[in-house]
Design a protein around this ligand. Structure first.
Ligand SMILES: C[S@@+](CC[C@H](N)C(=O)[O-])C[C@H]1O[C@@H](n2cnc3c(N)ncnc32)[C@H](O)[C@@H]1O
Length: 246
């Protein structure tokens, strides 16, 4: 636990995948913040951090200052102790945010892409600070994928497993046959054994979003081409897909 003292409170706000998806509740919460902190991940994917730029646009629209904090480096090269590396990274982020908040007490917002409940570390990082906080949900890429394809993510009364590209093959080997995959820059589904249907989407919510659906073996090249188009058009690409065994 990191002591940052004084009278600060934190609001973790899901902003959806596009400024147009900000809920009324989220807008009200952001507008009432003294300032917003955003991680600046630098340029892994291009000359600027495009998702930081979107957060800036939201704050500018609502008249709230955004303070960008350089993201501490993370050991991404397949560290032997993956979980330990993630915890160290969370600690480093918490330390950076804690010292900023200690110097600027007040109501501080964190804007989280999509919904803070899915594959985002903000709640875990903020929880390390000795401060009250609340969480407001946003429209996740998961919800957007289902809506765009006009599907339910699971069959009647059946489960859906949400996982990452890194774990996909292990989860399928364990018997899962209805999975949503996030954080997969390498289309791990392409090398899965067996017959699958895929409902895939990239840059959902952006003007250049791409959708592909069909039998995985038939559409895998379409997915790769659509992924390249999205990246060329927006300068960044994030994709999410549902896989269901045929
Ligand atoms: C760090 S996670 C954040 C998820 C986010 N909290 C949410 O609720 O959507 C990033 C992953 O979310 C998915 N994602 C986020 N935004 C997306 C978008 N606009 N279109 C498609 N997938 C997206 C991708 O799988 C990406 O690798």
């Amino acid at each position: 636990m990191i002591e940052v003292g004084a009278v600060s409170r934190i609001r973790i706000v899901g902003i959806g995948c596009h400024p147009g998806q900000l809920t009324a509740e989220a807008r009200e919460a952001i507008a009432a913040c003294d300032y917003v902190i955003a991680a600046d991940k630098g340029s892994g994917d291009g000359p600027d951090d495009p998702l930081l730029a979107l957060r800036r646009a939201v704050c500018a629209d609502l008249g709230v200052e955004l303070v960008a904090v350089p993201d501490p480096p993370r050991d991404r090269d397949d560290p032997a102790d993956y979980d330990g590396a993630v915890l160290d990274w969370h600690d480093a982020r918490a330390a950076a945010y804690g010292s900023l908040i200690a110097s600027r007490p007040g109501t501080v917002g964190f804007l989280v892409w999509g919904d803070p409940a899915f594959y985002d570390s903000t709640i875990r990082v903020v929880d390390r600070l000795d401060l009250p906080y609340d969480v407001l949900p946003g429209v996740s890429a998961l919800s957007l994928l289902a809506a765009r394809h006009r599907i339910v993510l699971h069959e009647v009364g059946r489960p859906v497993l949400v996982t990452t590209g890194r774990r996909l093959h292990g989860e399928v080997a364990a018997g899962h046959d209805n999975l949503v995959v996030m954080l997969d820059g390498g289309l791990q589904a392409a090398s899965l054994p067996g017959a699958w249907d895929i409902w895939w989407g990239a840059n959902l919510g952006s003007p250049h979003e791409e959708l592909v659906a069909g039998r995985l073996g038939d559409v895998v090249d379409d997915v790769r081409a659509a992924r390249r188009r999205a990246k060329d058009a927006d300068g960044w690409v994030m994709d999410t897909y549902l896989l269901r065994r045929r």
